[in-house]
Design a protein around this ligand. Structure first.
Ligand code: BES
Ligand code: ZN
Ligand code: ZN
Length: 496
């Protein structure tokens, strides 16, 4: 992680390798603190104009100052038009400038992005998003590389902020941004780890490492004995036994609200006997991304300490087609007593979650239940790789999560919980099948899970099959796990 801090000196008093200057509404950012610099380097504006620079969002230009300033380079970053400017553009601009600085061997970067003001946004918010963009952009997963990539040079970013109150607010934003990003990066690490390494037991070990969180692990014997036949069944075809992980965060004093987060933790989804074709298996180490987000969120809560009680659950198994694997046609019984005819062993996430949700429903009384899972390829078809599908029983809860996602740049879109489709799940031999009708796969996933949620519970199901994985790099994602929803959960939980 980078060291992000507030720069209390004005740019005029500063020296360093590089200074970031925003370009907004077709000109270099107008600000009293920057004026003296522009006066010393009048060629900058002219050169930008002559070179046809328009300052489109996502564009950067690095200019050598040739001794005109105390900085040897100015990194100009485009923000587009002020009236269209949103926090997400600032987050992206911070990401791009961090990467640009890195590519120019800059060690310590001074940034004036913090001088941009946005309507309806607090200084704390701006501090948070600039921190997030910077921290998330430089992530690479290199633990398993023999030769490490070029060691990043950038280790510090100083954001220019003037005035004691603003500096204090901005620092509060840095704290939240740092903790949230650290969480998201932990989730990425858990997802990106090769699947032979990240087994259910390894995941449990990772959960136990969290400081300030009480963690309990049910092993495969307990799972079987307690009657969690659905989760147990998913793990049968693998030599790596399944686990159910329970984590608990409880702040000091009286809590206002309690929430349960439940993550799908299939450490590898081969499809089981309903085997996936090879191309579809390539990214299936990502099938524990939901659980990675839950684990990372729990760890971050202990650092942010919001006044809300949170239970975290992870239903983890490896879905393999070994000799003991469950077969299409097998009937399993979940913890709540309902029986399920497993007709497609590749619809395993809902089976694993069924037991975690039943357990939680029986033993914990919480105000809200949120499950998060790479549940259906259909979510990827419907909403693509950037948007999480949200389906729930409580509109207010859906809206609160959507609002949190709008703030963090992690988009959610609601699909209906259309009970009409339930008939597709009717089974001849059990209470239900594990697959529904041909269409509306994502809604079907939610309809199945609903059987394991207490009646009247305020519940939202999040299908992150798309956004849990970056198929191509973006401003602040490298190819691979994204750590999606960690920051959104933290925002949601802090605003409750
Ligand atoms: N893990 C997959 C869903 C998935 C697909 C996640 C692509 C990320 C990218 C899940 O277990 C699965 O295989 N679902 C099946 C359900 C079907 C058999 C009802 C699917 O989506 O095809
Ligand atoms: Zn599957
Ligand atoms: Zn799966």
């Amino acid at each position: 992680m980078l060291k992000i801090a507030v720069e209390t000196k004005t740019p005029r008093q500063l020296t360093g390798q590089a200074l970031v200057v925003p370009f907004l509404d077709n000109k270099l950012l107008e600000h009293n603190l920057l004026k003296p610099l522009y006066q010393k380097l009048p060629q900058l504006a002219k050169w930008l104009k002559d070179s046809g620079y328009k300052g489109k969002p996502g564009s950067v230009k690095t200019v050598a100052t040739m001794g005109a300033l105390n900085f040897s380079q100015v990194i100009v970053v485009g923000l587009g038009e002020k009236k269209k400017l949103k926090l997400e553009e600032l987050r992206k601009a911070a990401a791009l400038t961090a990467k640009e600085a890195q590519s120019h061997q800059v060690k310590k970067l001074v940034s004036a992005l913090s001088l941009v003001e946005l309507e309806d946004c607090t200084t704390q918010d701006i501090g948070q998003v600039l921190t997030e963009g910077s921290q998330l952009a430089l992530y690479r997963f290199e633990k398993f590389k023999g030769k490490k990539g070029e060691k990043g040079s950038l280790n510090q970013i100083q954001f220019v902020v003037s005035g004691a109150k603003s500096q204090r607010d901005f620092r509060a934003g840095i704290k939240i941004g740092d903790v949230g990003s650290e969480g998201a990066l932990l989730a990425r690490d858990l997802v990106n780890a090769p699947p032979h390494h990240m087994t259910p037991l390894t995941l449990a070990k990772e959960a136990k490492k969290l400081k300030g969180i009480r963690t309990r692990v049910f092993d495969h014997r307990q799972i079987k004995k307690m009657g969690m036949g659905a989760l147990y069944g998913v793990g049968m075809g693998s030599n790596n036994p399944p686990v159910l992980i329970e984590m608990h965060y409880k702040p000091k004093g009286r809590v206002k609200k309690s929430v349960a987060l439940v993550g799908k933790g299939i450490t590898f989804d081969s499809g089981g006997l309903s085997l996936k074709p090879p191309q579809f298996m390539e990214t299936m180490k990502d099938d524990m991304a939901g659980s990675a987000s839950v684990i990372a969120t729990m760890g971050a809560l202990a650092k942010l300490k919001p006044n809300v009680e949170v239970w975290g659950y992870v239903a983890s198994a490896e879905n393999m087609p070994g000799g003991k694997a469950q077969r299409p046609g097998d009937v399993v019984k979940a913890y709540n007593g309902k029986t399920i005819e497993v007709l497609n062993t590749d619809a395993e996430g809902r089976l694993a979650l069924a037991d975690a949700l039943s357990y939680l429903g029986k033993h914990r009384k919480v105000d809200y239940i949120i499950d998060i899972a790479t549940l259906t390829g259909a979510a990827l078809v419907a909403l693509g790789e950037l948007i999480t599908a949200a389906i729930g029983t409580d509109q207010k809860l859906v809206d609160q999560l959507k609002t949190a996602g709008d703030f963090t740049g992690e988009k959610l879109w609601q699909l209906p919980l259309a009970e009409e489709y339930w008939e597709g799940f009717k089974s001849e031999v059990a209470d239900m099948k594990n697959i529904g009708g041909k269409f509306a796969g994502t809604i079907n996933g939610a309809l199945f899970l609903k059987n394991f949620i207490p009646e009247k519970a305020k519940w939202v199901h999040l299908d992150i099959a798309g956004p849990s994985w970056a198929y191509k790099p973006t401003a602040y994602h490298a190819v691979g796990g994204t750590g999606v929803m960690v920051r959104t959960f933290l925002r949601f939980l802090s605003e409750l």
